[in-house]
Design a binder for this molecule. Structure first.
Ligand SMILES: [Zn+2]
Ligand SMILES: [Zn+2]
Length: 131
């Protein structure tokens, strides 16, 4: 059976990188955008509100890798919750990670969804409303 990518350990870092380059993720990503639009929402950066029409693409940030598994043959299965994926423009996705990853200790004890929400609010105060 496959194993989960859900745990954030150093060992899994290569696993995340490989996953984000996999066909399973490319497909899951497309499906997220499609489902979002079907519900009547055009995806926009959580910080500045930029849309695909303006940028050509948006990144999707994972607040959880729950549902992502890798089989013994190295094939990924992508079953994240829609709610575990949040759109950001590339700049603000990178800014989010700089804070989440570099100041990890400040957020120790917080869940990743909570830390993501708090950092997004900080970034929004700083960069929101420019567009
Ligand atoms: Zn942005
Ligand atoms: Zn991310």
């Amino acid at each position: 059976m496959g194993h989960s990518l859900g745990r954030r350990t150093g060992k899994n870092r290569a696993g995340y990188a490989a996953y984000l380059k996999s066909p399973a993720w490319a497909w899951r990503r497309q499906r997220w955008f499609r489902d979002c639009r079907r519900r009547g929402f055009e995806p926009a950066c959580q910080v500045c509100g930029a849309r695909v029409a303006e940028l050509g693409t948006l990144d999707l940030h994972h607040t959880s890798y729950k549902g992502v598994t890798i089989g013994d043959d190295g094939t990924f299965v992508a079953k994240e919750d829609d709610a575990a994926l949040l759109p950001y423009c590339r700049d603000h996705h990178e800014a989010l990670h700089r804070i989440l990853d570099d100041r990890r200790r400040d957020y120790w004890g917080w869940s990743r969804p909570r830390a993501t929400a708090v950092v997004t609010r900080i970034l929004h105060k700083k960069y929101g409303g420019l567009k």
